[in-house]
Design a protein around this ligand. Structure first.
Ligand code: C2E
Ligand code: MG
Ligand code: MG
Ligand code: MG
Length: 281
């Protein structure tokens, strides 16, 4: 009996691996086609000064609309794009598209907004990354101070290479944020070595800041740390008025989340800005 169960278990196991591999291979092929056929588009989530209720910028988030499968969320394809290296051409498209869009909004009078773009480790490892960023800024006629790159803590594991790239980026005048701060299991000492402008407190700490002492303490500690070393903090995943209240009490100035707005299409963002101005009078 044991033997039989063992064999069945093996078969089930094996089959699920095969399905996984097949699914991945199909997804990978679809991803290549998607880049060629431009099935991607961007949405923009407002970032605010939560104490003044003022818009300070947006974060670009990639979306994939597959002709048959419909919308595929980033969590389903970003890691595969990273593993296959397809994130390099995709990431370049995202950067160009978001810089172009900010250029258009600047012409429309939104002259104080920053554009935050998520960047994967794999992109920073691309020897042409810095050059590509320079070209895109030139091409889109965008001042580097309006661009912000969001990187996760995992990039700080590989100090030697990334420190050079991030220093070059920072020297160009581009801002650097640490995304999902507090979830990366990496040593805090990278904060000393890297040119960081902003810590983005992960949404998991914001979610229950009003009910959980630990989350509250972590957010306070991050704010203290940032204040001491002179960098900014933004809270992500703000969904409730209670979150805003707690964060404001703790001295957090910046935030983003569904409470303010979900990620928006370009036209929806323009409507959002118009409404914001109308409300303010
Ligand atoms: P992230 O950069 O930390 O982005 C925040 C994610 O949280 C986004 O999910 C956003 O839609 C979602 N979010 C925003 N406000 C709230 C809120 O109040 N509550 C909750 N529960 N969620 C909120 P999304 O767009 O599905 O992206 C997921 C992740 O995929 C991103 O996390 C980022 O790591 C990656 N990603 C998205 N776009 C890009 C991109 O253009 N390039 C790269 N390399 N990665 C990207
Ligand atoms: Mg991000
Ligand atoms: Mg995040
Ligand atoms: Mg995240």
């Amino acid at each position: 009996h044991v033997k039989q169960r063992g064999r069945n278990a093996f078969m089930v196991f094996n089959q699920s691996i095969e399905n996984k591999t097949l699914e991945r291979r199909l997804l990978e092929t679809a991803l290549r086609t998607a880049i060629k056929e431009q099935q991607f588009y961007l949405e923009y989530q407002p970032k605010l000064n939560i104490t003044k209720n003022e818009l300070i910028g947006v974060e670009a988030l990639v979306r994939w609309n597959h002709p048959d499968l419909g919308r595929i969320p980033p969590l389903k394809f970003i890691s595969l794009a990273e593993e296959t290296g397809l994130i390099v051409p995709l990431g370049e498209w995202i950067l160009r598209e978001s810089c172009k869009q900010l250029g258009i909004w600047q012409i429309q009078g939104l002259t104080n907004l920053t554009m935050a773009v998520n960047v994967s480790v794999r992109q920073l490892e691309d020897p042409y990354f810095v050059q590509k960023v320079e070209e895109i800024l030139k091409e889109t006629n965008l001042h580097p101070k309006f661009l912000e790159l969001e990187v996760t803590e995992s990039i700080f594991a590989d100090v030697k290479n990334t420190v050079t790239v991030l220093n070059e980026i920072r020297r160009m005048g581009i801002q650097i944020s640490v995304d999902d701060f507090g979830t990366g299991y990496s040593s805090l000492s990278y904060i000393k070595e890297f040119p960081i402008d902003t810590l983005k407190v992960d949404q998991s700490f914001v979610k229950d800041i009003h009910t959980n002492e630990e989350s509250k303490a972590i957010v306070k500690a991050v704010l203290n740390l940032a204040k001491t070393i002179g960098i900014n903090v933004i809270a992500e995943g703000i969904e409730l008025a209670e979150h805003v209240e707690e964060l404001s009490k703790d001295g957090c100035q910046f935030g983003q989340g569904y409470y303010y707005s979900k990620p928006l299409s370009t036209t929806a963002f323009e409507e959002y800005v118009t409404n914001m101005h109308t409300l303010k009078g």
